[in-house]
Every structure is written in structure tokens, then in C-alpha cells.
Design a protein around this ligand. Sequence first.
Ligand code: PHE
Length: 347
Amino acid sequence: MERQLATILAEAAAAAPGIQTRPDFDEFKARISGPNGALTAAMRGMAAMPKEKRPELGKLLNQTKGEVEKLLGATLHRVEQNETAARLGPPIDPTLPSPDDLAGSLHPLTQVREEVVGVFRKLGFTVAEGPEIESEWYCFDALNTPENHPARDMQDTLFMPAGTRCADAPRHGDEAYLLRSHTSTVQIRTMLRQEPPIRIVAPGRCFRRDTVDATHSANFHQIEGLWVDKQVTLRDLKSVLDFFVREVFGTSAETRLRPSFFPFTEPSFEMDLRSPNLGRLSNRWLEIMGCGLVDPKVFENVGYAPEQWTGLAFGVGLERIAMLLHGIDDIRHFYANDLRFLRQFAS
Ligand code: PHE
């Protein structure tokens, strides 16, 4: 009996590696543990064994049964894996290029942002960033914006619910959090972080409580510029912005500064652009950004000596630039994720 059991196990172990398919496996299993299988026969043989040997033989039989079951289980697992592999077809080579036309491309706003930032890089500007959830002090107070300024109105600015906490945007006091309505906040954060001279551009997302139409979006992008140094003048402002406009819109583009007002610049201007290459908007003055010389009050607020430092600042709407450059007539195209639109900017 002992020999019989050992032989069953040895033969099964020898045969198992050769079993590859489901029919092979079924036959293999029947040969061992089926009604006419070797192990079943051995179990029946127990009855003929002397009574005193039965406990010991029974134990051995159970052990053998256990081993055989393990072997059958492992073999079945392998057969099932073969079946799955067969269903999946030939192995996939993940290093091959995709057969589908799914190559991604940069969003047109990203492309224009990179282009604009690249222009300012040529003038020695580096890129700075600030949080999109911002506190009221950075968005308004530090920028010399009075308490009763309309921009602070709940109708214009999206305030966060009371109790909002934001580790990225340390507050100045216990003022409210809001979604920044312009990137001028980064002027303040940069000046608090470092000493002049400073020359940064800060591209980023802004939010306003605008009713969405072809030219307004509650979510849009600006590129802020700030240059602080000794004796920065209006001439610097004009030449920096002219350089930007000519690089992006071509040398036939003209600019003009129109007096305006911002609480954080003095004097303040709107800059208009006119170009013969803008399709139906050609040869018309088009407003593209706010700008001016940094108001000394802002320097005071960040602890710079106002009699020592001067600066220029500007804020340009990224969507506006992209729309003019590409003849896009509706700002909503940028956010609709319509591939028929986006594919036109794929390179
Ligand atoms: N922050 C202003 C706006 O959003 C633009 C601006 C930036 C004006 C810097 C002057 C200087 O309208």
C-alpha cells in the first residue's frame, strides 16, 4: 500500500508539467481521483488492510490525497492562465507606437502662455507663482484697494465660505479667503519673499463672478508682470510692452497707452493694440492690458522704501491674446474640450 501511494504521487508529479490544455487536465484528474482513478482504487483497497495497520495507512492516504490535490490545483491554475493568454492573443509590446491617432497636444492657451512667457524671458523676466485661493489682503488691501472698492463686492469676486482654511495661502490677519480675481496678488507675494531688484512674470488662473458670454468667463487667465528697480520709468514700461507686442503680433503692430486707473499703479494705463493682420479686427484699437508704474503705497505695504524703489507692472489677459492671435470669436471654445477646436492647434 505504501508503495502504491508513493507511485501514484510520483507519477502524478512527473505527468503534471506536461498538462497544457483543459481536456488534458480533465483526463489527468480522472486518472488519479476519478471513480476509476488510482487514488480511488487505493482508498478502496484500505478495506482489505489488516485492522491494526489502518490508522497509519489512513494517515498516509490522507497525506497523499492532500499532495495530489495541491498538484491538481497548481496544474489547473496553469491551464487557466494558458486559456487567458490565448484569449488575449499575442503578447503586447508596450514600446511600440500607438496604432490610434491619439497623440496629445498642448492646449492653445498653454501654447500662447508659453510664447508670451518666452518673450518676457528674453528681457530677463523669470516666472513666479501664487495660489488660486487667495486671501483678501493679498488680493486687495496690500494692493492699495480701498475697503469699499466695487471689485471687493460679492457680486464681482467669488468669496470662499467662512471657515475655509488654506495652507498654501497664508493670511495676513483673519481676513476672508477668495478665488483671486487677478494675478496682481503675485506681485505682493513676490515682493514679500525677496528684495529688489525684481523682474517676474506670473501666469495664472483667475476667477470673477462674470456672466458667461462670448467674451466673458468666470474662469480665465492673466499674465502679470512686475519689474522693480532703481529708476524704472514710463519709458521702460512703454518699451517692454512694445517689445512684447511686436514679438507676438509682428512688427507692424502699434500700441498706445490710454490713461486709466488701478489702485496699485500710479499713473495707470490701458494699453491698446492696432495691427493690420487681425482679420476683421484689423486696424482697430483693441484694449489688451492694464499697466502702470507701481504705486509707492504698495511698496510701503510690502516694506520696501518707497523713495528708493520704482517699478512697473502690467496684467494681460491670456484668452484675449490667444483670441486675437488665432481669430477665435468665443472665449467658451477654450473650455469646451471640443476636439474639433483643439485639433486645430495640434502641431
Ligand atoms: N490687475 C489688473 C486687472 O486685473 C491689471 C493690472 C495689472 C493693472 C498690473 C495694472 C498693473 O484688471
